[in-house]
Design a protein around this ligand. Structure first.
Ligand code: FAD
Length: 659
């Protein structure tokens, strides 16, 4: 039997794994080498937008057409990697009408379904859009998970006989007789079944053909082969917000600009991005102002972003390319199209083609074209099937989950849940949707908490023991409240609070013996979170708790007797503690007709520096007294043991009589 041509693909991003799948499905003998893990490069550091093509409908129509075509294909073959959120191009009052019309027309010219929405209609879809937006265009944008997509392609390639080597860096391109004949790889440390050689071991892998799919690194592989591949790496920042502030991809409808898109992704939103050329795809500045710019500019579209919490930011590098001599100055103007550079035609070096440019959305089309090219070289007559055959896991998610494990890309959370739940994992984890993480330290999701509550009732300590939630590093600092939330709305507030207190007490029991060093800081943080932020030290529910009030006095006084009291509104001018007295403070109070010095027992109960300017109520005709050697000429009225200072609610001026 005739031996299949062997092809070595360099690069384990979306492009490389897509190529490996396509060629393997056509019966070629494929080896893929990747220096890190799969998605180590730009694929693992992108925005997650499944382009409808709308973003390029005015500036780069060939790219826009490719995007909408592949958008439809990916929805078909990779439903498990795609969430069809829909997208909006939102126009603000200051954005040009002319551009809005061009965008609409461009979408229609490129075959991108586009519908104009009024501001009200857009806000019905996205209620947090700014109130003053003008209108929007609705397009079929979506969110795509690059990790799952890459793994699914690699898994399919393996199913069709490909060999995959992760943690194998190409350190030389073998050129013999003026032709590329393979590569030298140096194996690195890594885990999983796709790491083969020993760390540091050098291996020569010979192949009939080499495909350079290293994206922003393609120039470096070119250098090893002695040819110029002029990629123009361009970095972009992305900032992840704490929740999903929008459910739809929100784009700003204006000509190119930084910070013009928000992509909802799983439980978060990703803001992006910038476009700045860099020399080295692995060494470039990551600056705070870039993040500030994202938040400031995008809060013009969604104002709540200005106050939302940012979880983290990351940067990626686009593998942009333009033919030599084009010389575009601004990287935002460089085309997003992709290019096949056949080094035989271009550099008189047969045996290798580089593929550069493009986007994740068009990875499959890129793979198809280069696979056609390779097959043509070897006279292989095999049709591309990747647009029709679903990727592994698109019908049964558990298939993909196992592959994610194999490639070391599975979330540790999924793995921990599966360990705890064993054969019940699927049943339990699928019982709640969405299924956010409740306890980060121990990787416990809502589904597991709910499952434990079935037997625990309101006993959160039982939930703790069953799931390990709150037993990790932070000892419940972050997750105790979330665990208690899971009891609502089934149980009333009082019951939930009592369960939460029991859980706290149990956590505190062990922690109090370790109050030094960093654990002390951790406990201080926990106190701040719970007492200062969540009000646990001044629990509003405690206000209803049973208090032993003093009985109302039996002896009544006459109205005349009451009128003998001269009670006045005052304003504190100054407040300072009295030296040597734990509780006493000296107040200077303006009572309209004069300033009074009054001693009050509030030193430990109030922040004296903040009292100046406060309206108070005093008894002005009380006998003078001397306390700690300081004369007190009147009495400040305050309620209860905590000395809650009485004040006025209207605009009664100092000196006004209280009657
Ligand atoms: C900020 C930003 C946002 C983006 N957002 C989107 C988006 O929302 N939607 C979209 O469709 N596209 C987006 N893109 C573009 C998209 O991410 C990329 O076009 C795509 O991921 C490139 O994939 P790739 O496989 O070609 O390159 P990569 O993913 O970079 O893969 C190349 C691989 O080659 C490996 N490699 C390099 N040198 C060697 C070596 N010597 N030996 C072995 N392996 C090597 C690298 O480790 C890397 O894993 C974005 C890009 C950026 C930068």
């Amino acid at each position: 039997m005739k031996k299949s041509p062997s092809v070595l693909v360099i690069g384990g991003g979306s492009t490389g794994t897509g190529i490996a799948r396509d060629l393997a499905m056509r019966g070629l003998d494929v080896t893929l080498v990747e220096k890190g893990n799969l998605t180590h490069g730009t694929t693992g550091r992108m925005h997650g937008l499944l382009h409808s093509g709308g973003r390029y409908a005015v500036s780069d129509q060939p790219s826009a057409k490719e995007c909408i075509e592949e958008n439809r294909v990916l929805r078909r073959i990779a439903g498990h990697c795609v969430e069809m959120t829909g997208g909006l191009f939102v126009q603000r009052p200051e954005d040009s009408d002319e551009y809005f019309e061009k965008k609409l027309e461009g979408c229609r010219e490129c075959g991108i379904p586009a519908e104009v929405l009024s501001a009200e209609e857009a806000r019905e879809i996205e209620p947090y859009l700014a109130k003053d937006i003008k209108r929007a265009i609705k397009v079929p944008d979506g969110a795509v998970d690059p990790f799952r997509l890459c793994v699914a392609n690699a898994a399919s390639a393996v199913e069709h006989g490909a060999r995959i080597e992760t943690h194998s860096e190409v350190t030389d391109v073998l050129v013999e007789g003026g032709e590329v004949v393979g590569v030298e790889v140096t194996h690195q440390t890594g885990t999983g079944p796709y790491v083969h050689g020993e760390p540091g071991e050098v291996e020569e892998i010979r192949a009939d053909y080499v495909v350079n799919a290293t994206g922003a690194w393609a120039g470096q592989i070119g250098d090893l082969a002695g040819v110029d591949v002029e990629v123009r790496p361009s970095k972009g920042v992305m900032t992840i917000m704490n929740t999903r502030q929008v459910d739809t991809v929100v784009n700003r409808c204006r000509p190119k600009g930084d910070a013009d898109i928000i992509v909802p992704h799983e439980t978060t939103c990703i803001l992006g991005t910038t476009d700045e050329e860099v020399e080295d795809p692995e060494d470039y500045p990551e600056e705070g102002w870039e993040v500030d710019l994202m938040i400031e500019t995008l809060s013009e579209l969604v104002p709540m972003l200005a106050d939302a919490r940012t979880i983290r930011s990351f940067w990626g590098v686009r593998p942009l390319y333009e033919p030599p001599g084009t010389g575009t100055e601004d990287p935002t103007d460089i085309t997003r199209e992709f290019f096949l550079l056949d080094h035989a035609d271009r550099d008189d070096l047969p045996g290798m083609t580089s593929i550069v440019g493009g986007k994740l959305t068009t990875y499959r089309m890129m793979a198809e074209q280069i696979s056609d090219h390779v097959c043509e070289k070897f006279g292989v007559d095999a049709e591309c099937r990747t647009a029709d055959e679903p990727l592994p896991g698109s019908e049964d998610f558990t298939v993909l989950r196992d592959y994610m494990d194999d490639f070391g890309l599975r979330s540790p959370i999924g793995r921990r849940s599966a360990q705890r739940l064993g054969s019940r994992a699927d049943e339990v984890l699928n019982s709640v949707d969405p299924n956010p993480v409740v306890c980060e330290c121990e990787a416990v999701t809502r589904a597991e908490i709910q499952d434990a509550l079935d037997t625990a009732g309101t006993d959160l300590n039982s939930v703790r023991i069953q799931t390990r939630a709150s037993m990790g590093n932070c000892q419940g600092a972050i997750c105790c409240h979330r665990m208690a939330n899971e009891l609502a709305p089934e149980y009333d507030e009082k019951t939930v609070r009592a369960s939460l207190d029991d859980l706290y007490q149990e956590r505190w029991k062990g922690e109090r013996h370790a109050m030094w060093g960093t654990q002390l800081s951790q406990t201080a943080l926990k106190h701040m979170l719970h007492a200062a932020t969540m009000n646990r030290d001044e629990d509003p529910a405690a206000a209803d708790a049973d208090i032993d009030f003093e009985p109302i006095a039996d002896d009544r006084i006459s109205f005349e007797e009451f009128q003998e009291l001269d009670i006045r509104v005052g304003e504190i001018v100054a407040a300072e503690g009295i030296d040597g007295a734990d509780k006493l403070a000296k107040l200077t109070v303006d009572i309209g007709v004069e300033e009074r010095q009054i001693v009050a027992g509030i030193k430990q109960l109030h922040d004296l520096d903040s009292l100046s300017g406060s309206k108070v109520v005093i008894v002005a005709n009380l006998e003078k007294a001397e306390l700690f050697g300081v004369e007190s000429n009147g009495m400040l009225l305050a309620a209860g043991d905590e000395a809650d200072i009485l004040t006025t609610h209207g605009d009664a001026v100092p000196g006004t009589k209280v009657q």
